[in-house]
Write a protein that binds this ligand. Structure first.
Ligand code: NI
Length: 139
């Protein structure tokens, strides 16, 4: 095993500590390893050429400089993969977006990661569902 250093905000660390307590983990490292394994398994579930649809949801602070613009540009740059996006103005500063994507698993995974790792995105989640692509004439 190797030792690495990661930076987490207090809120996230609090959630991990609560998980350690309630789920009976030996410590933070074990809980984090478990979460990482689950996250990685989900991302690599399908072969990269397999067609799928994905539901990507992310909550963000829209006052983060340029963030709404960057998210929008990312979606436009992949317009062939994006089917629809729902935008909810949650409160004065936060927005929730739910994007439905469709395409080959590898490209869908790449696009969802790109959306979720933007600075200012606080919660990102993706659900990938195997599904055939629609016939070319209807796309
Ligand atoms: Ni909004």
């Amino acid at each position: 095993m190797q030792r690495i250093t990661i930076t987490l905000d207090e809120e996230l660390l609090g959630l991990i500590d609560r998980r350690v307590e309630t789920q009976g983990y030996q410590g933070r490292s074990e809980a984090i390893r478990d979460l990482l394994r689950n996250g990685l398994r989900e991302a690599e579930a399908l072969p990269e050429d397999d067609p799928c649809v994905a539901v990507v949801s992310y909550l963000y602070d829209h006052t983060t400089r340029e963030l709404p613009k960057r998210l929008n540009q990312t979606l436009h740059a992949h317009h062939d993969l994006t089917r629809s996006t729902l935008h909810v103005h949650l409160d004065a500063g936060h927005c929730l977006e739910v994007s439905v994507l469709q395409g080959p698993s590898g490209r869908i995974g790449e696009l969802s990661r790109q959306l979720m790792v933007e600075r200012g995105v606080e919660h990102g989640q993706v659900q990938v569902i195997p599904a055939p692509l629609p016939p070319a004439t209807t796309r």
